[in-house]
Design a protein around this ligand. Structure first.
Ligand code: LLP
Length: 426
């Protein structure tokens, strides 16, 4: 994916310096080949290895028309969590039967959009949604396939803000017997639901499989209990996403197969031992698919030296295009793309341009002496960068470009000042 030639950084045979000139900075750049390579790892480890499986791309990581199209071409499903993501998929012509809808508070309008478009499945997040969705289906004289998102009551070794499987979570149906079993019975008995089964998502940026394996135990019991109590064979099980990627050398991601194999092996043997029908199995990774496939390019502007303390090199973007350092203390690595082979004899803080002291993109960044006009590449920014971009300080959201085999293509135009005030009224 990366190459260094004549002191310049190349991505998929495109010079990052030329990309910065052509499209301006800040800029998001994605390698299509890398995305496809990541999809292949999922196909090899999961979809093609085990029968009756599929993977949905959790498009919250990076939701654009282009990604919807690419996922369709690659045979992936889509996981959406809002009317906006669903609308993007509709506009991209994505097959509706291959969309699943997650979220802890889907609004009436969002659920109506989903039902009107015959969405593939809705992951019901809580009991009140179950009743509300049934009411909507009755009103519309329609039916839908549903899964239950279960909170398996497991903790994950990741940032607290992206842990989702603990009992005290806003996501999912709690495991209490008096809540979960009546809900299952209700869903099975309802005229409007085709009850498929269970879903969990236990956290994000995970570097070991223990949380998935622990959560699976909960699901196995539910499969058995659903059969024993209600005579019902669970048809589907979704293990969520959360597979970690490499941001810096400190991250040691494990291959997808190390998440998948223990889960599948346990599930298969449990079903055999207990005479249960093996459900279809799915997953919904986001970060893994796009994270390492994306970089960001910035232009370095002012350099501020505080003698005896540190040097700040400021870039033309910041927490508006990548909120992760400010929000989670996320760490990134980078390279001055026009000085790619030069000795790294300086240590600086790369600061953003937003009016916020936490707007530091990389701390203690080792690089050649930075100068006004240098191009900075930040790596592994493909997930939750563009998708969490915002207009703080009225900074426009940058453009997005896809590169492949030496060619580049604009897939999202840079926001203009006019775009930002488009909905404002005097
Ligand atoms: N499925 C569900 C129901 C989810 O809530 C999520 C992520 C995923 C799948 C995909 O997780 P992934 O494979 O990408 O880890 N903004 C945060 C990440 C929030 C993740 C929220 N849910 C960040 O920048 O780290």
């Amino acid at each position: 994916m990366f190459e260094i030639k004549n002191n310049e950084l190349f991505i998929d045979q495109c010079s990052t310096i030329e990309l910065a000139k052509k499209y301006d900075t800040p800029l998001y750049v994605y390698s299509e080949n890398k995305i496809v390579e990541n999809l292949k790892e999922i196909k090899d480890a999961f979809i093609n290895k085990y029968p009756n499986t599929h993977a949905a791309y959790a498009c919250k990581a990076f939701c654009t028309l282009y990604m919807c199209k690419l996922m369709e071409q690659e045979g992936f499903w889509l996981d959406v969590v809002s009317g906006g993501e669903l609308y993007t998929a509709i506009k991209a012509g994505f097959p509706m039967e291959h969309i699943e809808f997650n979220g802890n508070n889907k609004t009436r309008a969002e659920l109506e959009l989903a039902l009107d478009n015959n969405i593939g499945r809705i992951v019901v997040d809580n009991v009140s949604e179950l009743y509300f969705l049934e009411k909507l289906c009755v009103e519309k004289n329609t039916t839908t396939k549903i899964l239950f998102r279960i909170t398996p009551n497991v903790s994950a070794d990741t940032h607290e803000y992206i842990t989702t499987g603990k009992k005290d979570s806003k996501f999912g149906i709690p495991l209490d017997d008096e809540i979960v079993y009546p809900a299952i019975k209700y869903a099975i008995d309802s005229e409007v639901f085709d009850f498929l089964g269970f879903h969990f998502h236990v956290g994000s940026q995970l570097h070991d499989n223990s949380t998935h394996v622990a959560a699976l135990e909960v699901i196995l019991n539910l499969l058995k209990d659903t059969k024993e109590k209600f005579g019902y064979d669970v048809k589907d099980f979704n293990m969520g996403g959360g597979f970690g990627i490499k941001y810096t050398d400190a991250d040691k991601p494990i291959p997808i197969s190390e998440f998948v194999d223990p889960v599948m092996e346990k599930l298969i043997s449990f079903c055999e031992e207990n005479n249960l029908k093996m459900p279809a199995v799915s997953m919904e990774p986001g970060r893994f698919i796009v994270g390492e496939a994306g970089i960001q390019l910035y232009t370095i502007g002012n350099i501020k030296e505080i003698p005896g303390i540190r040097t700040y090199a400021a870039v033309d973007g910041g927490m508006t295009d990548n909120v992760r350092p400010g929000l989670y203390g996320a760490k990134y690595e980078g390279l001055i793309a026009n000085k790619a082979e030069e000795e790294k004899d300086a240590t600086v803080y790369i600061s953003g341009k937003c009016c916020e002291s936490t707007d530091i993109i990389i701390k203690d960044f080792k690089c050649p002496q930075p100068e006004f006009g240098d191009i900075l590449a930040v790596f592994s920014t493909g997930a939750y960068g563009y998708s969490m971009a915002n207009n703080y300080n009225k900074n426009p959201i940058p453009a997005v470009v896809v590169v492949k085999d030496g060619e580049s293509k604009l897939i999202v135009k840079r926001q203009s000042y006019d775009d930002m005030i488009m909905n404002e009224v005097l």
